[in-house]
Design a protein around this ligand. Structure first.
Ligand SMILES: [Zn+2]
Length: 263
């Protein structure tokens, strides 16, 4: 991933998406915002107990960094499900209820979701100019949200999966993501090669590699170009919010993706 900075607000972009000037995409960190402990500093989670005025300021900082207005951003109330919403210009400024992935083919509509360990999934089809942004923890992975994003892009924008470019962002890595048998039981059937994503640690314990699991699901749909970040959010709480490493007392960082308005 490429580290960028604008007005003191750092963010990352994918190398694979960097050549497409018609899209906006960024993964923000926890740096560059105004929230106080334990949400220091660029927290965009409104439901974590942070001061809402600080959260609003953080949103404004993000929009300014990308040159967007709040009316050009669509977000969602994330519930660890597999619901994918297709959004358009009418949805600008809206929070879509109970949804973990957003897809659009409309210029000037920017998708934004919030993360603290779960996996950010970016999809772009340069041929049909459609974008998707998703959020997958173990529940979303078990439900196959990545696969559903690709089929929604195929259905609604006519995307050929082999043309889609994918980016999997910073998330909790297998180094820090120990899971029990109940998670293994749910995730296993969703994967073709589960042994590559679930590593046995001994006894009933496994570690889950969210990026490998979602890479497999994308490959299964025919997506071939997949860039994968190697940053673990739980290993780097200086840079990212981590629900697991910070025992729930933390904020959410933002990922944004959209197609620029054509002039
Ligand atoms: Zn780690």
């Amino acid at each position: 991933m490429i580290h960028q900075e604008q007005n003191g607000v750092p963010y990352y972009t994918f190398e694979a998406l960097g050549d497409y000037e018609e899209i906006v995409h960024a993964i923000f960190t926890r740096l560059g915002g105004v929230s106080g402990p334990p949400f220091v500093g660029l927290n965009v989670g409104r439901l974590v107990g942070d001061d809402l005025a600080a959260v609003e300021t953080n949103h404004r900082l993000i929009y300014r960094t990308l040159g967007l207005s709040s009316r050009q951003v669509v977000t969602a109330r994330q519930v660890h499900g597999d619901c994918v919403a297709i959004v358009s210009a009418d949805d600008g400024g809206r929070v879509v209820p109970a949804t973990d992935a957003l897809v659009t083919g409309t210029g000037g509509v920017n998708l934004m979701l919030r993360y603290a360990d779960c996996l950010p999934i970016f999809l772009y089809d340069p041929e049909r100019r459609a974008v998707g942004l998703g959020h997958a923890g173990w529940r979303g992975t078990a439900a196959g949200v990545a696969r559903r994003m690709v089929s929604m892009m195929a259905e609604c924008s006519g995307s050929n999966p082999s043309r889609i470019i994918a980016g999997l962002g910073p998330a909790i890595g297998p180094c820090c993501y120990q899971v029990g048998p109940e998670v293994v039981q749910m995730v296993k059937p969703a994967l073709e090669d589960w042994e590559r994503a679930l590593h046995h640690l001994g006894g009933n314990d496994f570690s889950l590699d969210l990026r490998e699991a979602n890479r497999q699901q994308l490959m299964q749909t025919g997506v071939r170009g997949i860039e994968i970040s190697d940053m673990c959010t739980a290993c780097h709480t200086d840079e990212f919010f981590s629900h697991r490493a910070e025992r729930g007392a933390t904020g959410r960082f933002a990922a944004v993706m959209g197609i620029r308005e054509s002039r």
